[in-house]
Design a protein. Structure first.
Lengths: 159, 335
């Protein structure tokens, strides 16, 4: 059996630098939730299939359950907690509320971050582009129509 | 579920990485993008003492166009392969394959090298310890009989990589390095055809580049993939087709490669030969795909029945031939 020791890991999360001591086998999701107490990213399938653990890594959505925390060193991590600024929700978050795109809310952080990455690169996406971008995120309440509508509305508002 | 314990290695150079591979030979696993290896670790299908990250190794990412070919570094993400304008233009089937792997968030970190060198999979093998322990170990777990084909002494686990079929169709070669040496082999030569140990890959070897020749003249290609959910899934059967046309207007080069039908991609020489010498408009894709349907012999060890996947081997090969013919002389990938 391998005897591991905790290592210092420096992470940049939501614009702040954090130093944590964690075992090398810890995923980014585990460090975010257990060490930094950022519980917006969720563990659901634990195998990269559902998208509930999505965070942005250098602006792109990734599965934090499939990424060792050490692999995120030196890169910019954004979680759902980092989206609102100055006490004001991000326009995509507001659009999700307005369009009832949140049911149980479990998939919402992943959906919203995936949508943010899409709109950052493609400010005026077609419905097909939205659906393709969200293809890796599962909503078990099956509220996809509202989610797509919310993203379209957020894009329209930003125009 | 927590990952098993391991030590984390972070080499900074090729030489350091190769030295670590030699020093910890057999006890180290490479983590490039990690999307595949993390799941194998979590299921305890891999329990290495060391996990070596390639994140800090310089020169392991990027696409270089050289005289007559592309050199894609093994650590290049599938997103970068999918989106690179020069790959979409010159190697459309390769870009298409990259764009059909899993879902966008996976492709943002998963690498072309990791996709190529993935292990074979099986419904009876890729399960948690709890599920695996409920039955006798299968051949791939070191047991004596196959769990998918009862009583068989042969492992039927399936190679489900999306990149390999298209890379083989384009005649790609893999550059492998080890401390003090290396070798360059055609991608198809990496596959042993044995489910228990599907890759001819030394414990101390590291894939560094994939070299893909740029075909000359007029050509078309396509990759078609059967999966349950468009957004995310390994292929349940797939087909990659490359077709080249001579100045006389006849097909003079063709490759048909079937994926996810067994422990290795199947190069269907007969289907390819049936295309050669014909004018594109004379090809009957259904007839040309017949042979692919007959040599693919999938069994009931993935999410769809073997018999159905066998039928789909023909259907998806037909579609790939049709799409490759339609793409002849047209630049760029679309899917």
């Amino acid at each position: 059996m391998v005897k591991m020791e905790k290592q210092r890991i420096t992470l940049q999360v939501n614009g702040e630098v954090h130093e944590v001591y964690a075992f090398p086998n810890m995923t980014l999701l585990e460090v975010l939730r257990e060490e930094l107490h950022l519980t917006g990213a969720k563990e659901s399938c634990g195998q990269g299939a559902c998208g509930a653990c999505t965070v942005l890594l250098d602006g792109l959505p990734v599965r934090s359950c499939l990424l060792l925390a050490r692999e995120a060193e030196g890169r910019q991590v954004v979680t759902i907690e980092g989206l609102a600024s100055g006490g004001k929700l991000h326009p995509i978050q507001e659009a999700f509320i307005e369009h009832h795109a949140i049911q149980c809310g479990f998939c919402a952080p992943g959906m919203i971050l995936t949508a943010k990455a899409l709109l950052d690169r493609t400010p005026d996406p077609t419905e097909g582009e939205i659906r393709r971008a969200l293809a890796g995120n599962i909503c078990r309440c099956t509220g996809y129509v509202k989610i797509v509508e919310a993203i379209k509305a957020a894009a329209a508002k930003e125009k | 579920m927590r990952l098993p314990p391991f030590h984390y290695l972070a080499p900074r150079t090729h030489a350091e990485a190769l030295e670590m591979m030699r020093r910890y030979r057999g006890k180290v696993r490479i983590c490039a993008g990690g999307t595949d290896v993390m799941n194998l670790l979590r299921l305890r299908l891999l329990t290495p003492s060391y996990v070596m990250s390639l994140k800090g190794v310089a020169g392991l990412t990027g696409i270089k166009r050289r005289r007559g070919d592309f050199a894609i570094a093994a650590g290049t993400t599938l997103r970068d392969v999918e989106e690179a304008p020069e790959i979409r233009l010159s190697l459309p089937g390769v870009a298409q394959s990259a764009g059909l792997v899993a879902a966008p968030p996976i492709r943002n970190v998963a690498t072309i090298g990791g996709n190529l060198l993935q292990d074979t999979r099986c419904l009876f093998y890729n399960q948690s310890e709890l599920v695996r322990e409920a039955a006798a170990p299968c051949l791939k777990q070191g047991g004596r009989v196959c769990a998918a084909v009862k009583g068989s002494k042969r492992c039927f686990s399936v190679y489900q990589g999306d990149m390999a079929p298209s890379l083989i169709a384009f005649g790609a070669r893999a550059v492998l390095k080890r401390k003090g040496g290396g070798r360059t082999v055609p991608v198809e030569a990496l596959f042993s055809g044995r489910g228990t140990r599907p890759l001819f890959l030394g414990d101390d070897e590291m894939l560094t580049h994939i070299i893909i020749p740029i075909p000359k003249g007029v050509y078309g290609s396509s990759y078609q993939k059967l999966r349950l959910r468009t957004g995310l899934e390994y292929p349940l059967i797939s087909s990659a087709v490359f077709i080249g046309v001579s100045k006389k207007g006849e097909i003079d080069r063709a490759r048909v490669v079937i994926g996810a039908a067994g422990p290795a991609p199947i190069v269907d020489g007969e289907a390819a030969a049936s295309l050669i010498g014909r004018r594109p408009e004379e090809v009957n894709p259904e007839e040309a795909a017949d042979h692919a349907g007959s040599i693919a012999r999938p069994v009931d060890n993935l999410a769809m029945a073997g018999q159905y996947r066998k039928k789909m081997a023909k259907v998806f090969t037909k579609r790939a031939i049709e799409a490759a013919l339609a793409a002849l002389g047209k630049a760029g990938a679309s899917w």
